[in-house]
Ligand binder design. Structure first.
Ligand code: G6P
Length: 364
């Protein structure tokens, strides 16, 4: 199995390391020059007046990120729900509603049931890793994420490939609706072409993260903070960490800190802050300083400008390369995954087969 793991100790490590390659495969599949190549069955977004996105687990958090992109670029209202809730409520669906289902396996029972719940009423698009899966077959159109087989129970490369395909959809939607300037599209596509290289750089922080993780492994509770499009990534960082290290972790929107979780903060609670130097950076930093003032130990994940401006006083600074703002959730997924992975290693838990969890949940 060492061979199956490509020289890595765990499938999870292999799958984290594969991300530059699989993302670049997905990019070659979906881009020809400056055109985003999608199947003809993808609807013209000018005809869509509402989007609902439904998934479970990590795939749900990919949807939660995409909501920020689609609403900003295309101005279409997006509702995001977890499948086990969506299927039991009465979501108003009109003929111009597009329902998007995201699933690595394409077999998650609740996601499939949610799809069937609206199949007669809405147009169904799915984003899947397993192209011949039930969810793919039952959709009007299925977009493969091309991540390759994912064995580790904790989803890693499927998450970043889901984000990539959803970002391409957001760009297409913005273009269809005439809201996205061609220059913005060209810049983002250019940024995407450099993303695999940037991801390789992000992977170089692994040893440094392993050192930080030895401290995190001693904690009973860990908070993850992010704002805007980095908020779902804070949730994903917390989910990944609790799944494989069994340390209680919570993701919070930075601005919501003072409405509750700050009560938990003391010297024993590490706080991971996901903050690229974007338009919301100063706001996030002021939330981070509130944590520091209460003795909280900060792990600050940012780029070089962010580190220079606000890195003082953090327990650790993890520096990411620069990318266009919109790509930060994809790039910063790498340190989120590495923090979880190395903390689990430091605790000695079973990284690839965490207790009580299944790779694909085919029961309701
Ligand atoms: C399980 C897995 C997660 C995954 C979720 C949804 O909980 O452990 O990694 O995100 O199911 O699975 P899906 O195959 O629908 O993406």
């Amino acid at each position: 199995t060492r061979i199956e793991k490509g020289g890595h100790k765990h499938f999870m490590a292999k799958e984290i390391a594969e991300q530059p390659t699989v993302l670049s495969d997905a990019l070659s599949h979906y881009l020809s020059g400056d055109t985003i190549d999608l199947p003809d069955a993808v609807p013209d977004f000018a005809t869509i007046d509402r989007i609902v996105m439904v998934a479970c687990g990590t795939a749900y958090l990919a949807c939660a990120t995409a909501k920020y992109w689609i609403e900003r670029m295309a101005g279409i209202p997006v509702e995001v729900d977890i499948a086990s809730e969506f299927r039991y409520r009465e979501p108003p669906i009109g003929p111009n509603t597009l329902a998007i289902f995201v699933s690595q396996s394409g077999e998650t029972a609740d996601t499939l049931a949610a799809l069937r719940h609206v199949a007669e009423k809405a147009q169904i698009l799915s984003v899947v890793n397993v192209a011949e899966s039930s969810i793919a077959r039952e959709s009007d159109v299925a977009l493969p994420i091309l991540a390759g087989a994912e064995i580790g129970v904790a989803s890693t490369k499927a998450f970043t490939c889901q984000l990539l395909v959803l970002l391409l959809l957001a760009l297409r939607a913005g273009t269809d609706r005439g809201r996205l300037a061609p220059e913005t599209l060209a810049e983002t596509l250019e940024g995407l072409r450099t993303l695999p290289g940037r991801m390789n750089q992000a992977l170089q922080t692994s040893d440094r993260i392993a050192k930080v993780a030895r401290k995190l492994a001693e904690a009973d509770d860990i908070l993850f903070l992010g704002r805007g499009q980095m908020y779902p990534l804070a949730l994903e960082g917390a989910l990944k960490l609790k799944e494989i290290s069994y340390i209680h972790a919570e993701g919070y929107a930075s601005g919501e800190l003072k409405h509750g979780p700050i009560a938990l903060v003391d010297r024993t609670v590490p706080v991971i802050v996901m903050a690229p130097h974007d338009a919301l950076f100063d706001k996030t930093v002021s939330n981070m300083q509130e944590v520091m003032a209460r003795g909280g130990q900060i792990v600050f994940v940012t780029n070089s400008t962010g580190a220079a401006e606000a890195g003082d006083g953090a327990m650790a600074v993890i520096e990411m390369p620069d990318v266009p703002d919109v790509l930060a959730p994809i790039l910063y997924a790498v340190p989120a995954q590495l923090l979880a992975y190395h903390t689990a290693i430091a605790k000695g838990t079973d990284v690839d087969q965490p207790r009580n969890l299944a790779k694909s949940v085919t029961v309701e």
